[in-house]
Ligand binder design. Sequence first.
Ligand SMILES: Cc1cc2nc3c(=O)[nH]c(=O)nc-3n(C[C@H](O)[C@H](O)[C@H](O)COP(=O)(O)O)c2cc1C
Length: 250
Amino acid sequence: MKILALVFAARRDETSKTLQMTKELCGMIGRRCEDAAFEILTMSELPVQACVGCKTCFLEGFCPQDGEDGMAELRRKVIDCDALIAATPVYMCSVSGWCKIFLDRCARWCHVFELLGKPGLVLSVTGASGAERAADYLSECLEVMGCAVAARLPLQKLGEGLVIGGEEARTAMESAAEALLDAVEHPEQYLSERAETQFRGIRQNYRSLETFRLLMGQSCSDEINTFRERGLMGCASLREALQKKGKTES
Ligand SMILES: Cc1cc2nc3c(=O)[nH]c(=O)nc-3n(C[C@H](O)[C@H](O)[C@H](O)COP(=O)(O)O)c2cc1C
């Protein structure tokens, strides 16, 4: 089983707490699952440029920038892995710039539910504040791409909450490791209500847009065509789409 950990920290050496905690978490998962193989990537290894806002990904299904940086390889790795860990340090009350840039470049994925049923785990590390907010934001972004986020770990160095080195943080990490492995077996149990809401909204929009365009004799954008090709137009919920996907793949 391939587990990919994306660490959105600027520091890639052992001084990074985000990297340290990610490694510790991988150790906990590895002790529970013998056949887990980990790849831990920091963004300075596969740098990604900021989105230029051209919307080619929505309209034509590809990113013109993918040939110029590490994003194409990163996409392949995210799509290929069996479970994804996304870890960010807290910068200015939120996720790091590295993390935001990566998410912006994945914007198309939340229109076509590219990560439908992919088990995920979110980790954030802060000095003293903002870990909850960063973890929740990162989790929401993955959820609306269809990811089955099994656990969120908002960790901090100081203050109240899951303080690194403390018993509570350790227990939360052990539970999160357990939950991620459970999500590999039962991803449908981790699809969130906000992902379902996103799915219903997009499906309704795409249905209307498709009808309108057909009436006008116009072609549809790539994301609408992809949504249809994936059988999502005919699904009443994301859960149903995941069940159908499971049947096609097995
Ligand atoms: C640019 C920057 C912004 C930061 N903003 C916050 C913040 O808003 N709140 C906070 O408690 N800590 C903040 N910190 C501290 C980091 O969250 C903390 O040092 C964390 O461990 C950094 O991750 P790293 O150890 O993986 O590099 C900030 C650090 C940096 C470099």
